[in-house]
Write a protein that binds this ligand. Structure first.
Ligand code: NDP
Ligand code: 2IT
Length: 445
């Protein structure tokens, strides 16, 4: 780690012992913004790095709830409000047993830069709980969401902090969370949550936005090389919100998405994933991805393995952090992958990113590639504030334009800072400058 960024990194290690995912996310950003710091030493003089790596506020709370058998459970809730310099805190809520302060801090830190890239005037935050929704009844999910909001509501608001979904938090959970906020506060405050149902303030295309946006980003990267996504085999990991709509958009654009996965293994479907069947299995029936293969003659389920062993030209990790390691990357490269775009947050280990870049593979980091979700959340906030409702086609058009402009910005920043084609450097530098300049303008607070 270069000396200029070492003090900030050391403060992260000292204050956040054992928070390895958070260390990883900070390391990646600090290591890639060196050209910006060299050009403008004021960022160091103003202690921007030291300020940025320390969240503005961290909330940790008890979430007690009662299951269907009358048993009491206690989970832990989190909201890390990282930066509000560009707008109200904004970022999703994750319900997954692996959630801890490291996971929430890494996600919140990434969110600052992702949100800056969208240019939609939103700050960075993340929250969630170590609650495991798998196998829980609808009534249990509702009671958990209500218990979670019973504490979190006091920290939220359309001008303060605006959550949305993430792993384990989809349309159903957003409904219960919003409902409880409305009940406690006696306010139907549409703009305090995004990803709402389209019948009660939710934006068209928000459900599709992250997956669609990731594929649009791939299109843009390929276009720079005069190539297209059409006819290409695409690997997608995960089978949740991001994965399903990445598969849908890839197929719409003439590519052949052939995999989906969950924590039990993956399905490969050489005829191309039937996205309607996948939606039926995952969104409607809430089953495991293996059920897809049981109903589809062209598909088979491979238990306990990851999709990266299947030969393809495009890879879209859309499940979770650190799901692509160095060996996976080597396998993908050996099989001729040309582009990798992160639908998930930080799915690639640093060794995998290095391998892709060394091999000349187009690599789009999550904070650019998956920013379509939060960008469309910001469009939802705009519609709520104006009491408007934009149709699907217009909303998709806006999403597409935002993805194009984020690609251009990351691409140009990579060139400007001396690392042409390196979207990690490009995205981090472009985003950092926006955040840092706003921090300087707003003073030491
Ligand atoms: P969902 O809960 O809808 O789906 C998550 C998928 O990933 C499931 O298939 C799940 O399988 C799998 N998964 C989760 N954790 C693990 C794990 N530890 N090991 C293996 N598989 C796992 O979440 P989303 O689709 O919303 O989120 C996916 C990723 O995209 C996350 O990294 C999220 O942060 C990121 N993201 C989401 C956005 C959004 O708008 N929703 C926006 C930008 C990024 P299983 O059911 O077996 O756990
Ligand atoms: O990681 C992410 O960007 C999200 N989970 C979406 C956040 C949002 O506020 O829409």
């Amino acid at each position: 780690m270069p000396p200029s960024v070492r003090p900030a990194f050391e403060s992260v290690l000292r204050r956040n012992p054992g928070d390895f995912e958070f260390h990883q996310a900070v390391h990646e950003v600090l290591a890639s913004i060196i050209p910006v710091l060299e050009e403008n030493p004021r960022y160091l003089d103003e202690a921007i790095l030291e300020r940025l790596v320390e969240p503005e506020r961290q909330i940790i709370f008890r979430v007690p709830w009662v299951d269907d058998n009358g048993r009491i459970h206690v989970n832990r809730g989190y909201r890390v409000q990282f930066s509000s310099v560009l707008g109200p805190y904004k970022g999703g809520l994750r319900f997954h047993p692996s959630v801890n302060s490291s996971i929430i801090k890494f996600l919140g830190f990434e969110q600052i830069f992702k949100n800056a890239l969208t240019a939609q005037g939103i700050g960075g935050a993340k929250g969630g709980s170590d609650f495991d929704p798998h196998g829980r009844s609808d009534a249990e999910i509702m009671r958990f969401c209500q218990a979670f909001m019973n504490e979190l509501y006091r920290h939220l608001g359309e001008h303060t902090d605006v959550p949305a979904g993430d792993i384990g938090v989809g349309a159903r959970e957003v409904g219960y969370l919003f409902g409880q906020y409305r009940k406690i506060t006696n306010r139907h405050e549409s703009g305090m949550f995004t990803g709402k149902g389209t019948g009660w303030g939710g934006a068209e295309v928000r459900t599709e936005a992250t997956g669609y946006g990731t594929v649009y980003f791939v299109q843009e990267m390929l276009a720079v090389r005069g190539e297209s996504i059409e006819g290409r085999r695409v690997l997608v990991s995960g089978s949740g919100n991001v994965a399903i709509y990445a598969i849908e958009k890839a197929a719409q654009l003439g590519a052949l998405p052939i995999t989906a996965s969950d924590s039990s293994g993956y399905v490969v479907d050489e005829a191309g994933i039937d996205v309607e069947l996948l939606k039926q299995v995952k969104e409607e029936e809430r089953l495991r991805v293996a059920s897809y293969a049981e109903r589809r003659p062209s598909a088979r389920f491979v238990p306990g393995r990851r999709v990266w062993e299947v030969p393809a030209e495009i890879a879209l990790p859309c499940a979770t952090q650190n799901e692509v390691n160095g060996r996976d990357a080597a396998r993908l490269i050996a099989n001729g992958v040309v582009a990798v775009a992160e639908g998930a947050n930080m799915p690639s280990l640093p060794e995998a990113v290095d391998a892709f870049q060394a091999a000349g593979v187009l690599f789009a980091p999550g904070k650019a590639a998956n920013a379509g979700g939060v960008a469309t959340s910001a469009l939802e906030m705009s519609q709520n504030a104006a009491r408007q409702r934009w149709n699907f086609a217009d909303s998709e058009h806006k999403l597409h334009a935002i993805m194009r402009s984020m690609h251009t910005e990351a691409y140009q920043a990579a060139e400007r800072y001396g690392h042409p084609g390196n979207y990690v450097v490009g995205a981090n530098c472009a985003a950092f400058v926006k955040v840092a300049d706003a921090m300087i303008a707003q003073g030491v607070i």
